[in-house]
Design a protein around this ligand. Structure first.
Ligand SMILES: CC(C)(COP(=O)(O)OP(=O)(O)OC[C@H]1O[C@@H](n2cnc3c(N)ncnc32)[C@H](O)[C@@H]1OP(=O)(O)O)[C@@H](O)C(=O)NCCC(=O)NCCS
Length: 225
């Protein structure tokens, strides 16, 4: 079961980090994976009320990886903590399967709540570098939190939240941006369009001139006679 979990974790990293070349590299060189691997026994000890040992493992993990995961936090599988340094995950936070967390992310409390005070990330959430997600709120499945955002309220599934304080700027049912729909290949050329218009006009004028000359010519020959 432990090995199966580890396999899922490695697969999750390989699927979502284009820089990950093979499983061995991920296993040996990814500090995000090391932090999660160390968190598993720490969480087990925490659940069995061995708080000191749990915290000791968590602190050792922090020392070696730069990632601080409280032993009480509940983590799923296939989570990618990319780069890792500066990530803090609080005691009552939950992170579901296949989430991506970049460096400098805090899943913390606001300092105002007691008991459940950290966020829940549903499946497949992406939290950008340096983002702070604060309070007992829920980030819906597949939502994206922009880098540098400070999230203080729940984000619905599939949405993108940006800014300080974060606001939802994109919903899954939203129409694509006009720029995305623009045909970048067949862009109309205003100069060639104008030349075309002038060509048509010149042809019309030439026709009219020819007609005019034909009408004028018989009159002149009659006068000469
Ligand atoms: C938010 C993000 C995921 C893009 O999501 P998206 O749903 O594709 O959203 P878009 O790129 O269409 O951006 C939507 C709007 O948010 C704005 N926006 C995007 N990222 C932003 C950010 N970090 N801060 C502020 N505004 C941001 C865009 O400018 C755009 O504004 P507009 O509609 O006025 O043009 C991406 O910009 C991001 O922040 N990724 C984090 C990646 C990261 O941390 N990488 C670190 C690797 S080491």
């Amino acid at each position: 079961m432990i090995l199966e979990g580890l396999r899922k974790d490695i697969r999750g990293i390989k699927e979502r980090d284009p820089a990950a070349r093979n499983s061995l590299e991920v296993l040996l060189l990814y500090s995000g994976l090391h932090a999660i691997m160390l968190h598993r026994p720490a969480h087990w000890l925490y659940n069995h009320k061995c708080f000191f040992l749990a915290r000791l493992i968590s602190q050792l993990s922090r020392f070696f990886t730069g990632i601080e995961i409280h032993p009480g936090a509940k983590l799923g599988h296939g989570i990618l903590i990319d780069h890792g340094m500066g990530v803090v995950i609080g005691e009552t936070a939950t992170v579901a399967d296949n989430c991506t967390i970049y460096q400098g992310v805090t899943l913390g409390g606001t300092g105002k709540e007691k008991g459940k005070r950290h966020p829940d990330l549903e499946e497949g959430v992406m939290v950008g570098s340096g983002a702070k997600v604060l309070g007992p709120l829920t980030i819906g499945a597949g939502a994206k939190i922009a880098s540098g955002a400070v999230v203080l309220s729940s984000v619905p599934p599939g949405c993108t939240a940006v800014g300080v304080p974060a606001r939802v700027v994109r919903r899954p049912d939203a129409a694509p941006k006009a720029a995305a729909e623009l045909d970048q290949v067949h862009i109309p050329d205003p100069v060639s369009q104008e030349i075309c218009r002038m060509n048509i006009r010149i042809q019309q004028l030439e026709k009219e001139l020819a007609q005019y000359q034909q009408e004028e010519l018989p009159e002149q020959t009659e006068e000469q006679e």
